[in-house]
Write a protein that binds this ligand. Structure first.
Ligand SMILES: Nc1nc2c(ncn2[C@@H]2O[C@H](COP(=O)(O)OP(=O)(O)O)[C@@H](O)[C@H]2O)c(=O)[nH]1
Ligand SMILES: [Mg+2]
Length: 244
């Protein structure tokens, strides 16, 4: 690996993750010592932010970005990306707080960055690698991904993955104001724009294990947003580009 950990930032969006945030931070640092961690908290009423502040007071390279209210994953990530671009990080990760994204894959993803601009931790790269999700949730995710790929043409098998690493230049090239969505569709939109701009994208297989602590923030509104708004918006964007 030719990267140094201080060049790497891991952004974790949180909403009510007090049961996991205190253990995921040291787990990340064990695997990637020296990597910086930014938690973007949307005013969690359960005190997630206070736990992060306690850790940050003792450990270098751990930061909290407090936002006033819950505005969805997309807005939290955009705030985190802007924070990262104001500093000198070269590799910027997205990662969940709930251990669904096992920190053990961080070095594999980072190594793959040597030849790529975006590397996605992928549940569907080789078969289906999801543990403990109810069948209904798995089918929804799997077919939503196939549908999104079919409609938009994005060459990523796990379009909704929230475990990934961007090269700084990718985030610099993204027009954050053009990314309207807030839930899983945020991930689809980001993949779409990165692909359309011609960046190199790769997927690294991961096993995704459903959270054992805390609660999912998935909602039917988020699913509706992904299906109706983004996929069709991206379909027409893709179609119009091909026509021109
Ligand atoms: N800041 C912020 N984080 C969020 C929001 N919604 C979800 N998250 C975080 O995004 C990550 C993934 O959410 P999760 O509920 O685990 O989704 P699931 O794994 O698809 O069920 C977790 O770290 C959540 O705490 C939000 O509105 N704001
Ligand atoms: Mg989760």
């Amino acid at each position: 690996m030719t990267t140094t950990p201080e060049e790497t930032l891991i952004i974790i969006p949180t909403y009510n993750e007090r049961e996991t945030i205190g253990t995921i931070i040291p787990a990340i640092r064990t695997v990637l010592p020296g990597a910086h961690i930014l938690v973007v908290d949307d005013g969690s009423p359960d005190g997630t932010s206070a736990i992060v502040k306690e850790i940050a007071a003792k450990v270098d390279g751990v930061f909290i970005l407090d936002r006033a209210r819950k505005e969805g994953l997309g807005k939290a990530y955009v705030a985190g990306f802007r924070w990262a671009l104001d500093r000198s990080y070269r590799y910027i990760f997205e990662m969940d707080a709930d251990f669904s994204h096992d920190p053990k894959y961080l070095p594999d993803i980072l190594s793959a960055m040597n030849e790529n601009d975006l590397v996605v931790g992928s549940r569907y790269k080789s078969g289906v690698n999801v543990v403990n999700w109810p069948m209904s949730r798995l089918l929804l995710s799997y077919f939503a991904n196939r549908f999104a790929r079919f409609v938009t043409g994005i060459p990523v098998r796990d379009c909704t993955s929230g475990y990934k690493c961007f090269r700084r230049s990718v985030l610099e090239a993204l027009d954050f104001d053009a990314i309207a969505s807030s839930g899983y569709s945020f991930q689809i939109e980001v993949h779409f724009f990165v692909w359309k701009k011609g960046f190199r994208i790769a997927e690294v297989p991961i096993v995704f294990t459903d959270r054992k602590l805390g609660a999912s923030k998935m909602s039917s509104r988020i699913i509706r947003e992904a299906f109706l708004l983004v996929i069709w918006k991206l379909f027409f964007a893709s179609f119009l580009k091909r026509k021109r």
